[in-house]
Ligand binder design. Structure first.
Ligand code: NDP
Ligand code: 2IT
Length: 460
């Protein structure tokens, strides 16, 4: 017997062999899907101790089943551009797991979208959505359509074509998309309009992230960024610390980044830098979020244009270099694998105390390990950015009840959800032998909920 945790060597070998064998199978089945395999590896590494306590999950083939999406839908999206030329993009919807609720997750429009990125995002969503404590399953979708440089009408025609095909597979009790990179309330509006036109009704609950004037929830726009800051506040609280007086850097300047900055400032921090895919700005007086909103939310300019309004700010080409800015807290809020080991080492050298992943999988595996090895507080994406989908689930509830909650009510509920997520990650990490490791805690706490439901529902 292994005296440390009461398991025989044989039991430990069995759990390790199981995880190893299933990973090899997933690798073979998904060749070249590097982001999907990266997300899978991280989860598998965390789950070994779970199979020691729960051999029934091995018996029920949970790992084999939970890594195979229920279905992956791909489709042609043909549309006509402003000069009358026919354009073709590829559309995706990955319906990963609906054991605890209808498929739920965003739609991404970005030229890098491919099957691996869709699957990693939908897989992560499985655990994230379970962590929220709400009845939502997991999906993700999108297209390799590049909204940059397209006219408003082109975006509308593309989006209508996209949803015309996708409408066959979604619905308020089936699959409920929302926004993600390149998809905000404008695109959700076009999708919602076209869906209702096709169905001949008004199904408010089919999308979330709608404008509050036609069925959206107050606070949804702010939820991911605010939630990330609430989560990091919980981590800091454990060490008797807080955002007050801290220097923060936030990558990206989109939906998540803007509201992470807004809340960090509200909590007493100074945000020194933010970025877009072209480069980053540094403002020694602290970033003015209203200016960033003006540039990015309303007029769709580049972050470099911030300099027109703030003469003391400096613009640097290349978004990766943002991690060289000295800070106490870093919130990567742009995209996957935007922060690599070298960046992590630089941040550590410069004294960073906490990281909160606002984006999905923004830190590489090596970067995460580097932070953890040096005791930097680390809030993993599936916990730290779950506020967005949590308020999406609240939007679904409001749509079902045909009523609207106030901003204060939503924000209060969001705070509570983020606190609960922190606590369940913290507890799971401790009870499975990795105290303080919120990566392990988030993976285990999310997994247990979905795995229990899968066992209860029988093998399929
Ligand atoms: P937006 O489209 O609003 O903003 C994305 C930001 O990230 C932009 O500043 C963009 O710069 C930058 N960016 C995108 N791709 C790259 C890239 N390849 N390299 C460098 N910068 C890049 O998206 P969101 O803010 O909604 O999403 C950001 C992240 O947060 C994503 O990982 C998303 O999956 C995640 N997320 C979003 C949620 C939501 O509710 N929206 C919920 C939970 C997670 P540029 O304008 O130059 O392209
Ligand atoms: O990654 C995410 O959690 C999102 N893009 C939000 C999903 C949602 O359904 O609100």
């Amino acid at each position: 017997m292994d005296l440390l945790n009461g398991n025989s060597v044989e039991q430990r070998n069995r759990a390790n062999d199981y995880v190893h064998e299933v990973y090899e199978m997933v690798k073979k089945r998904n060749p070249g899907e590097k982001e999907f395999l990266q997300a899978t590896r991280e989860i598998f590494d965390s789950l070994r101790p779970v199979f020691l306590k729960h051999p029934e999950f091995i018996h029920n083939g949970i790992l084999e089943r939970i890594t195979e999406p229920d279905r992956v839908i791909t489709f042609r999206v043909a549309w006509e551009d402003d000069v009358g030329k026919v354009q073709v993009n590829r559309g995706f919807r990955v319906q990963f797991n609906n054991s605890i609720g209808p498929y739920k997750g965003g739609i991404r429009f970005h030229p890098t979208v491919n099957s691996s990125i869709m699957k990693f995002l939908a897989f992560e969503q499985t655990f994230k959505n379970a962590l929220t404590g709400q009845p939502i399953g997991a999906g993700k979708g999108g297209s390799d359509f590049n909204p940059k440089g397209k006219s408003e009408r082109e975006v509308m025609r593309f989006t209508q074509s996209f949803i015309t095909e996708l409408s066959k597979y979604i619905g308020p009790d089936m699959d409920v998309p929302a926004g993600d990179i390149g998809v905000g309330k404008r695109e959700i509006g076009y999708m919602f309009g076209q869906y209702n036109r096709l169905k001949g009704g008004y199904e408010a609950g089919v999308f979330t992230g709608k404008d509050p004037n036609h069925g959206g929830s107050l606070g949804r726009k702010e939820a991911t960024g605010y939630g990330t800051v609430y989560f990091v506040e919980e981590m800091l609280k454990q060490t008797g610390d807080s955002f007050a007086g801290k220097n923060v850097i936030v990558s990206g300047s989109g939906n998540v980044a803007i509201y992470a900055m807004e809340k960090a400032i509200e909590c007493g921090a100074t945000v020194l830098a933010c970025s877009d895919s072209g480069g980053y700005i540094y403002d020694p007086n602290g970033i003015n979020v209203e200016t960033v909103k003006q540039i990015k939310e309303f007029t769709n300019q580049r972050i470099q244009d911030y300099l027109k309004f703030h003469k003391n700010a400096v613009y640097y080409e290349g978004c990766r270099n943002i991690w060289s800015v000295v800070c106490d807290i870093a919130l990567p809020c742009a995209t996957q694998n935007e922060l690599v080991e070298e960046d992590a080492k630089l941040l550590i050298q410069n004294g960073v105390k906490a990281i909160g992943e606002g984006a999905n999988m923004p830190c590489t595996e090596e970067a995460v390990l580097a932070f953890q090895a040096k005791g930097v507080l680390f809030g993993p994406a599936k916990a730290a950015n779950a506020g967005g989908v949590a308020v999406s689930a609240m939007e679904m509830s409001q749509n079902s009840m045909r009523l609207s909650w106030s901003l204060e009510e939503v924000d209060e509920k969001l705070k509570q959800v983020m606190k609960n997520i922190f606590e369940s990650c913290h507890e799971a990490a401790a009870s499975y032998g990795s105290p303080g490791n919120l990566v392990v805690g988030a993976n285990i706490a999310g997994f247990l909920k979905v795995a229990d439901a899968m066992v209860a529902h029988g093998i399929h």
